[in-house]
Write a protein that binds this ligand. Structure first.
Ligand code: TRP
Length: 377
């Protein structure tokens, strides 16, 4: 598979993210909009606060988010839609957009459709069997529920089961999408299987389901990491031609891999933190692998200070420490040399383990509640 969004130093496609991602460049390459102050003001007007991910530029770009806010202001019903392709355990990078989705659901009182495209990774990975995807589907659903979505306003559905309700609309998208468009958007070649060419049509459908379900044109907002935007470019291109409004997206950066650069890869289990990791494992991984912006030795560190801007433990804290004042203190203390690299890492370990303890308890409880969330065939 060739990569269309490849530049000399980084690559971002829905299936490969590598290198040092230049997010400003992505905004131009993908033709999306930056989230600006006017938009943040509008968010604050409607929600009463600005989520740390917005303040910190973690959710940094969008398409038509402004239209969503206008619709919410006019009290129109708007849906959220996001998804997860099961191929392994959920790790902290996956949780980031979900936490934000939950905040949007709570603050704006929105219904959420959560797609589990259990066919996606089977089509895109040579070594994943259908049975394994089935097993991960069950596991991953527990993590989704554990995030705390409102069972009355959230529907989770699995593609291979719910496909009967989706197929008609997927075909409408497919009919409007040529092989050369798919090649240009996704970098497919003649040796890629035909399932890959069709898959994006399935990922488009949930953006239309709000309109199908409400039986009138209903807007949809998709919170996700920026690598997914290309699917929704395709969706936006065909939507109006087949009778649906264009979906809006709100896009985030990747939680960097522990070893620095790009996003965590599910295939490199050493450099990611899974939601099921024990406190000891979390500590070991952070201590051993988190790329440090500290100096070579204690004396130099005390004298010249560390560099939080390249330090992965600090970067991760910007995703998991909600308190701006605490974060600022860590930043300043590290930069001045007062806080050592190992100490900074321990602050992160404690933060993550507190988060995971709650998540793991909620994940256990979720086992009893699965059916409350499922949209079955
Ligand atoms: N393609 C996504 C993945 O690789 C799964 C997905 C399906 C998704 N629909 C989505 C992600 C909507 C974000 C928004 O995991």
């Amino acid at each position: 598979m060739a990569s269309p969004q490849q530049s000399s130093s980084f690559t971002v496609t829905p299936w490969i993210v590598k290198g040092d991602v230049d997010y400003d460049k992505l905004i131009t390459q993908f033709g999306v909009q930056r989230i600006d102050d006017a938009l943040l003001k509008h968010v604050k007007k409607l929600t009463g606060e600005i989520h740390p991910y917005l303040r910190r530029n973690i959710f940094f770009s969008h398409m038509y988010f402004d239209k969503i806010l206008d619709a919410v202001e006019k009290k129109q019903k708007v849906y959220l839609y996001t998804g997860r392709a099961p191929s392994g355990p959920v790790h902290l990078g996956h949780i980031v957009p979900w936490l934000f989705t939950k905040w949007l659901q709570d603050r704006l009182n929105m219904h959420l459709l959560f797609q589990i495209p259990d066919e996606e990774k089977v089509l895109f990975k040579d070594n994943l069997t259908t049975e394994e995807a089935e097993r991960w589907t069950k596991e991953n659903i527990l993590d989704i529920i554990a995030v705390g979505f409102d069972p009355k306003k959230t529907k989770i559905f699995v593609d291979t089961e719910y496909a009967g309700h989706m197929y008609k609309h997927a075909c409408a998208v497919a009919r409007k999408t040529t092989a050369s468009t798919a090649k240009a958007l996704f970098g497919f070649t003649d040796s890629d299987n035909v399932g890959k060419y069709f898959y994006s049509c399935m990922q488009s459908v949930p953006a239309f389901l709000p309109t199908v379900m409400e039986k009138k044109k209903t807007l949809c907002l998709i919170p996700c990491a920026i690598d997914q935007d290309v699917h929704f470019r395709l969706t936006r291109d065909v939507a109006e031609g087949i009778g649906f409004p264009k979906p809006a997206t709100i896009l985030c950066r990747f939680l960097p891999a522990l070893t620095a650069g790009a996003k965590m890869s599910a295939s490199e289990t050493e450099t990611l933190v899974a939601t099921t990791d024990t406190p000891d494992v979390v500590k070991k991984k952070i201590m051993k692998y988190a790329f440090s912006g500290g100096r070579n030795n204690l004396e130099e560190h005390r004298k010249y200070g560390g560099n939080p801007d390249i330090d992965i433990a600090y970067q991760w804290l910007t995703f998991f420490e909600e308190d701006d004042a605490k974060l600022k203190k860590v930043y300043n203390d590290y930069k001045s040399g007062k806080l050592l690299s190992g100490e900074l890492k321990m602050i992160l370990v404690d933060k993550l383990n507190t988060f995971l303890k709650k998540h793991q308890a909620a994940r256990e409880k979720a086992k009893k509640n699965v059916e409350k969330f499922m949209l079955r065939d």
